[in-house]
Ligand binder design. Structure first.
Ligand code: PLP
Length: 385
């Protein structure tokens, strides 16, 4: 049930806050795990999408591993009950301290993003008297056809090992005794709804995989990363991402050898729809040209996606039933980018009304900051109202 079902009780909460529909979260997880397990695929949750502890514990309880991009995320995953053997760790800039910590925890694998990093992990593993399991993150040069800030798999991106350096990586493995290659890793971008992107990725991965195998390297794990998109425009029509088509496509196109496991790292598609940012209207005003403005108490510090990448979030007024008008919805932060929506059609909206920014469970709270010394937003859960 979306926040609208609980408006009366939500009225009493201090705004702004994130509201989480825990039933929808569970339904989404069940669906993702049902569809992936049909083919024996393993799902890791990309923790950076939302590290709210209740959400993370729920996800781990249902049996997902965790995909981390910092040492603190590795710590959080383990503290929330994820076995280290289910933790993978990616990122272009892992510090020595983070690598040492992850080695000590004996995580499942490091997703290594450069030859230089490979050498450093080898050295630090040697110091620690351990052997590091690694997967090479290859940049497959696939266009994800999404916003450029959330594209990660094109040749000029900072992520992964360039396909021009794959041979050098293979050659260096022989001289690095403290790393053991267990697989390949890919992640080409986020909010991908065009399934042909994943088609291209599968074809690319098949080629790269056979190149490794021709060099005599056995790959136990193929990790296709995350990126499956959600419907920001129609959250009620499509509350759960299209896991069935996604996993079926990979099953159809990816060549998997006997004994090889396929992994995924889903972030947005697991948590985006279960979260909403609830904010209260403070003031009304108009621009010189007559544009109606509603100023709300939540801002880009609470939900950065509109300011950062012109992201769309559906905005609803939970408390008004007046005649529909068009509004610009703005936050309190001293930045012109602090606008949640323009030309938003809402029932007459004024002081005290509660607005919901839908589909805010992913990259919402996890990107929140205290810019302008605002308080961080709270969290309210549908099963604990
Ligand atoms: C962010 C990220 C993901 C998750 O991406 P989504 O689009 O949220 O599914 C997966 N893998 C890596 C390496 C990432 O950085």
């Amino acid at each position: 049930m979306s926040a609208r079902q609980y408006t009366e009780r939500l009225q009493l909460q201090q705004t702004p806050f994130y509201f989480y529909d825990m039933d929808l979260l569970r339904r989404t997880l069940e669906e993702a795990l049902r569809e992936s397990s049909r083919y024996g695929f393993k799902v890791h949750y990309a923790l950076k999408a939302n590290f709210d502890e209740r959400i993370v514990r729920e996800i781990i309880r249902t049996g997902c591993g965790i995909d981390c991009v910092s040492g603190n995320e590795v710590r959080m995953a383990i503290e929330c009950g994820c076995p280290a053997s289910e933790v993978v760790y990616a990122g272009v800039g892992k510090s020595d301290k983070e690598i040492r910590y992850a080695l000590q925890q004996d995580i499942f694998a490091f997703n290594v993003e450069s030859l230089h990093e490979l050498e450093i992990i080898n050295a630090l593993a040697g110091e620690a008297g351990r052997k590091a399991r690694i997967a090479l993150r290859i940049n497959p040069n696939v266009d994800p056809r999404t916003h450029r800030y959330i594209s990660t798999g094109q040749s000029e991106s900072k992520f992964g090992i360039s396909y021009t350096e794959v041979n050098a990586a293979i050659a260096s493995l022989a001289s690095l005794p403290n790393v053991e290659i267990v697989g390949l890793h890919f992640h080409v971008g986020s909010q991908i709804l065009d399934m042909s992107v994943f088609e291209n990725l599968c074809h690319r991965v098949n080629d790269i995989k056979s190149w490794f195998e021709e060099q005599g390297i056995r790959l136990r794990h193929i990790n296709l990363g995350g990126g499956l998109g959600v419907d920001y425009y129609h959250p009620d029509r499509h509350p759960v991402a299209d896991f069935a088509s996604y996993f079926a496509l990979v099953n159809r196109l990816l060549k998997v050898d006997a004994g090889q496991t396929v992994h995924f790292e889903l972030g947005r598609s697991l948590v985006a729809q279960c979260g909403e940012l609830i904010t209260r209207v403070l003031y009304n005003k108009q621009t010189a040209s007559g544009t109606r403005i509603a100023v709300v108490d939540g801002g880009m510090n609470d939900l950065m996606r509109p300011a950062l990448y012109q992201a769309y979030h559906k905005i609803e007024n939970l408390t008004s039933s007046g005649p529909v008008e068009s509004y610009m919805i703005v936050g309190p932060i001293c930045e012109s980018a602090d606008v949640f929506g323009r030309d938003v059609e809402l029932p007459a909206t004024g002081r005290g009304d509660l607005l919901s920014l839908r589909t805010a469970g992913a990259y919402g709270m996890s990107m929140a900051s205290r810019y302008n010394m605002q308080d961080l937003p709270g969290a309210v859960y549908s099963d604990r109202l």
